[in-house]
Design a protein. Sequence first.
Length: 449
Amino acid sequence: MKTLGIDIGTTSISGTIIDVLSGKQLDTKTMLNSTQIVGQPWSSEQDAEQIYRICQRMVAEYTHRWDDIVGIGITGQMHGIVYLDEMGNLLSRLYTWEDGRGDLEFTDGMNYAEFLSGKTGYPMSTGFGLTTHFYNQVNGVVPQDACKIATVMDFVAMRLCGRSRPVMHASNAAGLGCFDLSENCFDLAALTRAGIDPGILPDISENEIVIGQTEEGIPVIVPIGDNQAGIYGVVGDDNDVVLNIGTSSQISVICSGLEETADLECRPYVGGKYLLLGAGLCGGSSFKLLNDFFCQVCGMASAEVSEEQMFSFMMEAAEQAYKSENVDDLQVHTLFRGKRKFPGISGSIGNIKMSNLTPGNLTLGFYKGVCEELYEAYQKMPVEQTGGKLFLCGNAIRNNDLLQKVCRDIFSREVYLPVWKEEAAAGAAKLAMDVVKGFSIRSCSCACR
């Protein structure tokens, strides 16, 4: 018996097969998510229907190769939303977590996110699904027949098992904003104060459940957030620390109860537990920013260099800078998208001297900047919860030996790579495996087919 896990990322969609009896990862597949739709400079939208078709093809291919798949787990990019009508038909594009409409000016010197935060009492950052919905509602761009919102993975899961209404795990619901962690539900009164009709919200599941079956009879598990799935696919002990660098970046530990802190975010996990984490909005996207800059410089000299080639050149140059004993480091703060709580903060490059402004030093500075932002969050985590292994996850770090060394140096501790590749997809497959085997197994009782 086997389970399938799918991770719907911002730039790629990955799938993996896990053998239920041995726990071995039998196959992985990654496809480019090139569904981005060009729009306003502040918008970030993708073609959700095309994303579903990619996932559908992936399921079809895997079920054709293996006829004993007994569960499908799905995860993906958090915070973003799509609109659905009362029959579950897609009415909109996917507004992703990178969408910036919440930062646009609204009223009385406040942007939409700030105004919504004041009305609800919750920190409502730009990119949060309900911040995006609030902007759309104010500006009259919510589709006329919209009945529900859903994350892209909830939409895909719903379609795979023929549902007419989405079901959302608490880990995804919290990512939309205005979510009461102590009660594990949306704060309906706060949303009403802001003028948002709570009827647009999907059904919520606090637990890990089977929400339906595919046409072939394969159970589909309620999707969980990609941060949570990545943790679930990696940790062997609740005291393990997981550092993930993908398009964005996070450092996370598991906690048994709700822990409120001003500096760290608390999110729902699985099994009734929570995650305590620090998140960076850039992560690997800051490396892409630098890559684009170098490519533009080459273009000025009529030299064409592909993105893949440039990443290779960057790593080689950074490795040479790392090995140099006389380098006076550039000080790079990779806050190019600001922070969730402080979106106005900008990135910076400091300590520039005549001797150190080189491509290698600049690339190395970007590596260190991303890791140092996560280390600041790590220092604020309870010591008793960080005594396990430090795992390094995400394609941006798995395939970069130097970035692994930089992490080891900054954290001053041994680092480990996960056994399974495509950790979030593997975590979704593992969750499906555990649900099928009886861990926290529940069937959806919502009258929403």
